[in-house]
Design a protein around this ligand. Structure first.
Ligand SMILES: [Zn+2]
Ligand SMILES: [Zn+2]
Length: 142
């Protein structure tokens, strides 16, 4: 694993555990309609990792939420575990699974154009609309 901080996470019932080393100590939020439908609120996640170590992997249900992504959850307790981004074969894990994230920085909010007005996160950080995020991805590919 490539990151510096080793994190241990688990679902509510403990059937699934995961160990990751995030590349940066960062948390990001997605406000898109799908994330909010899935979780009831914004999706708070860690940076993409490609090499998680699971236990209880057979207890994970994967829902294909689009052609390019899957969302994983525990079959027993329903805990939302990750967003899996197929083009990069990478997992964005929900921040709430893990102990040891107390010093992490909240660095980015995406799909702010789909955020409903009834909540806001305090503080200053990068905030991107869906279109701005897409433009950023396309720049990275060049
Ligand atoms: Zn569980
Ligand atoms: Zn989203």
């Amino acid at each position: 694993m490539s990151g510096t901080t080793l994190l241990e996470g688990r679902c509510l019932c403990g059937a699934v555990t995961v160990r990751i080393a995030p590349p940066e100590p960062h948390v990001e939020a997605c406000h898109c309609d799908m994330c909010r439908r899935w979780g009831g609120g914004p999706f708070l996640s860690l940076k993409l990792v490609t090499d998680p170590l699971f236990t209880g992997e057979e207890q994970i249900a994967r829902y294909a939420s689009s052609d390019w992504a899957e969302r994983g959850f525990c079959k027993t307790c329903g805990t939302h575990l990750f967003y899996f981004f197929k083009p990069k074969q990478g997992y964005s894990f929900t921040a709430g699974l893990f102990e040891g994230t107390g010093s992490f920085a909240f660095v980015e909010e995406i799909f702010v154009d789909e955020k409903p007005p009834y909540y806001d996160f305090a503080g200053e950080r990068e905030r991107l609309t869906g279109a701005e995020l897409l433009a950023k991805f396309n720049e990275e590919d060049d």
